[in-house]
Write a new protein. Structure first.
Length: 159
């Protein structure tokens, strides 16, 4: 029973985070939202990888079993994607800001998501497809993760 209550609370917090970020970005406009200093912690992927990730917010939820909440903005160059992988300890929520994001989780259908659309990955689900759906335009999306810091963030799927 306690695990159910905690998981519902975590899901509610993540849903509220998505709604808050989406509202903030839509009200302020994408470029303005980046200039306001919302970022609590910023990290970027190495150059020339075709993907840029910036942590906008990260905190440990001491009252929810020490889970870490991260809100990250991800930008993928045209045609860029990652190989199949899993996030063993994370509930992962996504919200597309601009462009087209293609995602396939476990045995679900391949989804082509546009601005305002969302996706969810349960802990340890196979993220079989994660890519920009356009050969000419970048895609930008928010990723909100509620993670167990004792488990690896990302594990590549073995062929």
């Amino acid at each position: 029973m306690q695990k159910t209550v905690i998981s519902h609370a975590v899901f509610g917090c993540a849903t509220a985070a998505i709604a808050t970020c989406a509202t903030y970005v839509s009200l302020m406009g994408w470029p303005q939202a980046l200039k306001t200093g919302v970022a609590h912690a910023q990290t970027a992927a190495p150059a020339n990888t075709g993907v840029k990730q910036i942590d906008l917010f990260k905190t440990t939820m001491n009252d929810v079993m020490g889970r870490v909440v991260t809100i990250r903005r991800t930008e993928r160059d045209p045609g860029n994607g990652s190989g199949p992988h899993r996030h063993p300890g994370s509930h992962t929520f996504g919200y597309v800001l601009e462009g087209t994001y293609e995602v396939k989780v476990d045995d679900g259908p391949l989804q082509r998501l546009g601005p305002g659309e969302t996706f969810y990955e349960a802990p340890n689900a196979l993220h079989a497809v994660s890519r920009n759906g356009s050969a000419t335009q970048p895609v930008k999306y928010l990723v909100i993760q509620v993670s167990d810091p004792a488990k690896p963030a990302t594990v590549p799927e073995k062929p």
